[in-house]
Write a protein that binds this ligand. Structure first.
Ligand SMILES: Nc1ncnc2c1ncn2[C@@H]1O[C@H](COP(=O)(O)OP(=O)(O)OP(=O)(O)O)[C@@H](O)[C@H]1O
Length: 274
């Protein structure tokens, strides 16, 4: 039971933005049921940058898709901003959760500005001039120039595609942003630039972020917490330095194996993450 009186020494925990309880995810394969998550719990609080890490096939992307409402779990509950995910209509969900897909997922026949504006246009409630203005604001927010708005996706570099996709994910000003491998496929300079952008947007827009990444630089530069998926559930959810100290074979291999030295250097380099 919650204590009636808050200990003044103990700051009140931030509001949960996502609460997952007893989640089970399974897929029917020929002749058998394949269980990805079993009794998985996870809470993500306001202002956190929560990174999901885990071995290949542990269900990190599926979890993002479930929070977004693109997939339904077999059992358990997912609450987004205090409401059961299933009870949020499409419009309400779009204004609460933005998603950056791994490969950007831009519409190739639409210009940059049309791609950014797409979710607002779909609402069919706002005048074109207002939609254009909102898309221009987001274009510049992600560090692109007004002239870039007329370009087509085929004219863009990998880093620009990510920025356009991010602008589109933010067009409805959602408080919660999901990122699937945000820096995958970028060269080191573009990756650094994108991480810097994500960090400043997280701060300036007071975003809560849930991110899947295999990249240790991205992980340590941005994460305030790391949740590790193994054995079909979250085995630890804690600040980076506590996760590294957690005894588990996956964590040992991921952080302290061949790449261990680098992980330790990164922790020293980015005290923000500790
Ligand atoms: N629609 C589906 N039908 C059947 N199996 C699926 C489906 N979607 C995902 N899976 C399986 O569920 C498991 C988890 O997939 P997911 O893509 O979430 O893994 P991941 O943790 O993101 O892996 P990686 O790090 O390799 O990207 C995988 O074994 C995948 O093959």
């Amino acid at each position: 039971m919650e204590p009636r009186v808050q200990d003044p020494q103990q700051p009140k925990a931030a509001t949960p933005m996502v609460e997952i309880r007893g989640l089970r995810t399974q897929f029917e394969l020929p002749g058998r049921t394949f269980t990805v998550h079993d009794n998985l719990d996870l809470t993500v609080r306001r202002g956190e940058v929560m990174s999901l890490v885990g071995g290949s096939g542990t269900g990190k992307t599926v979890l993002l898709r479930q929070i977004l409402g693109l997939e339904q779990p077999a059992a358990g509950e997912i609450r987004v901003l205090g409401q059961p995910r299933g009870s949020l209509g499409e419009r309400a969900a779009a204004s609460r959760v933005g998603m950056l897909f791994q490969h950007g997922a831009l519409f190739s026949a639409f210009s940059v500005l049309e791609n950014i504006a797409f979710p607002l246009r779909e609402l069919r409630t706002l005048p074109t001039s207002l939609i254009h203005e909102a898309a221009m604001v987001k274009l510049q927010m992600v560090g692109l120039q007004p002239d870039d708005g007329a370009k087509m996706p085929s004219d863009l570099s990998g880093g620009m595609i990510k920025r356009v996709a991010l602008a589109r994910a933010l067009i409805m000003d959602p408080p919660l942003l999901l990122l699937d491998e945000p820096t995958a496929g970028l060269d080191p300079d573009s990756s650094d630039g994108f991480v810097t952008l994500l960090r400043s947007l997280h701060r300036d827009l007071a975003l809560t972020v849930i991110m899947v990444t295999h990249d240790l630089d991205t992980l340590f530069e941005l994460s305030t917490r790391i949740a590790v998926l193994a054995e079909k559930r979250v085995i630890v959810n804690a600040p980076p330095k506590d996760v590294i100290a957690f005894q588990h074979p996956f964590i040992h291999d991921f952080f302290l194996g061949q790449r261990g030295q680098r992980a330790m250097e990164l922790l020293r380099e980015y005290p923000f993450a500790v």
